[in-house]
Each structure stands twice: as structure tokens, then as C-alpha cells.
Design a protein around this ligand. Structure first.
Ligand SMILES: Cc1cc2nc3c(=O)[nH]c(=O)nc-3n(C[C@H](O)[C@H](O)[C@H](O)COP(=O)(O)O)c2cc1C
Length: 376
């Protein structure tokens, strides 16, 4: 039996890091740049081992069933996250391995058994990222319709069944609004008790309400650093209603180079010159169909300190991914600001993870230790 406190997400580093989206081609970009991440399995394993060795806290795959079209069809190639998780759990030793599950596509009993499997393979390092779905085109492959108004209500019922199954005990029936199930039981239970660490990824008020009742970690978006404080306060207020506390993470895209000019030029190259605008249009169109957030959220220009400086919009930057662009010192400064706002950590993605990560590990991580953001 393992207590949750042994899980990497609750380890000693004040500011935690994870690698996001490496199971998909293009990573967290909407770019046609030929240097983009090809998502080859052997590279994914090498990346996972590198992250494991260097103390990165988590690997988080995106749940995806089709690409965004356009010239590059970004995210068109993707590894399924439960099988990806089991495989990576077997070749790593310390890092948390999340699996991202679409609630309407996987039954709670299937998820409970799969997560328990990964938790045993990893000796207590599994994590579940719950997503309720947004792209109807993906769900059409499964014959399932997304209900934007009720998806988080279904998610909550789903989570309650999942959690109760992993608590163990006698078989039980469930007679709910979305699920009518008989004889629910699972064995083995997860190594982590009472169930593996739960993350949820979302942005809207409904998404925050869902996370407040189910998740240990809310993974959300922030494009302006000044949004951070309001975000943290708002999420904490949601959790307080249920007498709970959840850690907040954001997602970032890192372009780190010895000089700021090199970093900004490269960012400009892949995220502006090589932006796949058809792909971005597809994303916005699909997002708009199911979003319950303020429409300005989908269409808002990504005005970061880089776009403000150049007046360019950087359409090839993934919407909502905070751009960490600059020297190692610049990145550490950004992490300090995020930490100061109360964020527990961020995910990082790279245009080419394996090529760019060693520089990050060698130059940024030791500076984070010096800055008190990490213990080593
Ligand atoms: C940081 C982050 C990561 C996400 N990862 C996924 C994912 O892997 N697969 C997916 O289908 N949706 C993903 N989503 C979409 C959300 O799960 C959710 O469906 C979408 O954001 C709409 O809900 P919202 O209105 O609460 O934001 C992600 C969202 C965020 C903010």
C-alpha cells in the first residue's frame, strides 16, 4: 500500500514540471515546421527515461483521436494514453505516469481496472487525467455525442463510480442519471490509496467546479501571467466550497536558447512563419461548437510579452500554451513568477522534445535549484 504523499506529484519540489503532449506529433504546436516532433515510439521512450532520470515530476499524454487538418495535420498521429501509460510505467522508475481518459468513451469500470494495472506496473506512480471531451469530430468515430451543458455532470458521476470501485469492498450496483450498472467490483485495487492521483484538464467555470469535487490537480491554461493570481484564487474558492484543496498547474511551451534573440527567432519561425493557419481555424471552429466559456476565450489573441514586442500574433503557438521563450535565466524568472502566483507547477512542451530537453535539463533545472524552486 502506498500513501498519496509518496507520489511524485506530492514530492518536495516547490515548483513541479511535467512533459505534456509528447504522445502526439507536433507536440503542443500548430506549426508546419519540419522540425516538429514526429512522435516516434522509441523517441517517446527515450524522452520518458530522460525525464525520469532528471527528476521531472510527470508525463502527461493528450487524449486525441484525429488531427487538426491543415498542411501538417498536427496531432493526427497519437498514441493511446492507457497503453502508452502502461508501457512507460514499465521502463521508468520515479516519474508519475498519467493517462488521459475521455469520460464518455471509457466506462468507469474499465478505467478503474486500467488505472490499477498501471499503478501496479509503476509501483504507485499512476495518475488519471479526466477530460470530458470537446471535439465532436473525434467523438463521431465512437458514435458518441458531446453534450456541452451536461458533460461535467456525467464526469462527476463517472468519477464517483471509479473512485468507489477502487475503494474496494463488496460488489455494488449503481442507479444514477448517466449510468445504471450492476455488480461493480474490481481486483486488484490500485497501489495508491484510496485511488490514483486525479487530475482534470479544463478551463470553464463548470470545469473548475468539476475539478473542485474530484481532482487533486487542475491542469488549466493561462496566456498572460497576470491572469494567474485571479485563476488561482478562483480555483481555490471553488475547492473551498467542498472543503478541499487542489493544486493548480498551467501548460507552457518552452523555447530556451543561450541568447534571447535565438529563442525569439526560433519561436517566431515555427509559431508565426510556419504557423498552420488552416489547422488553427479548425481548432477554433470545433472548440466554438462545444465551449461554454466566454467566446472571447477561444478567439482571444495570444498577447504575450513576445507578441506585444513584435506585434505578431503567433498563430502556430497552441492556444492557451504559455510561451516560455528566452534564455535559461528568462525561463527561471517566469517560473518564479508562476510560483509566486501560487501555481504548483507547469507542463512544458518543445517543438522537438528530445533535441531541446537536454539544454533545458543542463541549464534551466540547476538554476531552478539555485532559485529555490526545486530541491535537486
Ligand atoms: C490544459 C488542458 C489540457 C487538455 N487536455 C485534453 C486532452 O488531452 N484531450 C481532450 O480531449 N481535451 C483536453 N482538454 C480539453 C478539456 O478537457 C475540455 O474538454 C475543454 O477544455 C472544454 O472544457 P472547458 O470548457 O472546461 O475548458 C484540455 C484542456 C486543458 C485546459
Amino acid at each position: 500500500m502506498s500513501a498519496r504523499r509518496d507520489h511524485p506529484m506530492f514530492g518536495p519540489n516547490p515548483f513541479k514540471l511535467g512533459v505534456f503532449n509528447a504522445n502526439c506529433d507536433g507536440g503542443l504546436t500548430i506549426s508546419r515546421a519540419p522540425e516538429r516532433w514526429p512522435a516516434r515510439w522509441d523517441d517517446i521512450v527515450e524522452l520518458a527515461k530522460l525525464c525520469d532520470r532528471t527528476g521531472i515530476e510527470f508525463i502527461l499524454p493528450v487524449a486525441k483521436w484525429r488531427g487538426f487538418g491543415g498542411a501538417a495535420n498536427n496531432l493526427g498521429r497519437s498514441f493511446e494514453t492507457l497503453t502508452h501509460g502502461a508501457a512507460l510505467a514499465a521502463v521508468t522508475e520515479r516519474i508519475a505516469i498519467f493517462s488521459t481518459i475521455h469520460v464518455p468513451l471509457v466506462t468507469p469500470a474499465f478505467a478503474a481496472k486500467a488505472l490499477a494495472t498501471i499503478d501496479h506496473v509503476s509501483h504507485g506512480r499512476a495518475g488519471l487525467n479526466i477530460v470530458c471531451g470537446w471535439n465532436q469530430d473525434e467523438f463521431d468515430q465512437h458514435g458518441v455525442t458531446i453534450d456541452p451543458e451536461r458533460r461535467y455532470d456525467q464526469g462527476l458521476e463517472w468519477f464517483r463510480i471509479f473512485a468507489r470501485m477502487l475503494e474496494g469492498g463488496a460488489p455494488f450496483d449503481w442507479d444514477g442519471e448517466f449510468y445504471k450498472l450492476k455488480g461493480l467490483v474490481t481486483d486488484p485495487l490500485s497501489v495508491q490509496r484510496p485511488w490514483p492521483v486525479v487530475m482534470s484538464a479544463g478551463f470553464s467555470p463548470k470545469g473548475r467546479g468539476f475539478a473542485a469535487q474530484s481532482a487533486d490537480v487542475l491542469f488549466t491554461t493561462m496566456t498572460e501571467i497576470d491572469q494567474g493570481k485571479g485563476l488561482v484564487d478562483n480555483v481555490r474558492a471553488h475547492a473551498a466550497k467542498y472543503d478541499r484543496r487542489i493544486d493548480l498547474y498551467t501548460m507552457s511551451h518552452a523555447v530556451c536558447r543561450p541568447s534571447r534573440k535565438e529563442a525569439e527567432d526560433f519561436y517566431y519561425y515555427f509559431a508565426e512563419e510556419m504557423a498552420d493557419r488552416d489547422s488553427l481555424d479548425y481548432y477554433k471552429r470545433q472548440k466554438g461548437l462545444t465551449s461554454t466559456s466566454d467566446p472571447r476565450y477561444i478567439d482571444r489573441p495570444l498577447m504575450t510579452r513576445f507578441s506585444r514586442a513584435t506585434g505578431k500574433s503567433y498563430s502556430g503557438s497552441y492556444p492557451g500554451a504559455y510561451p516560455l521563450v528566452g534564455t535559461p535565466d528568462d525561463l527561471v524568472e517566469e517560473f518564479q513568477r508562476m510560483h509566486g502566483l501560487g501555481l504548483a507547477g507547469t507542463s512544458i512542451s518543445f517543438l522537438d522534445y528530445l533535441k531541446e530537453m537536454p539544454f533545458f535539463v543542463a541549464e534551466v533545472m540547476p538554476r531552478m535549484v539555485k532559485a529555490g524552486l526545486r530541491v535537486g
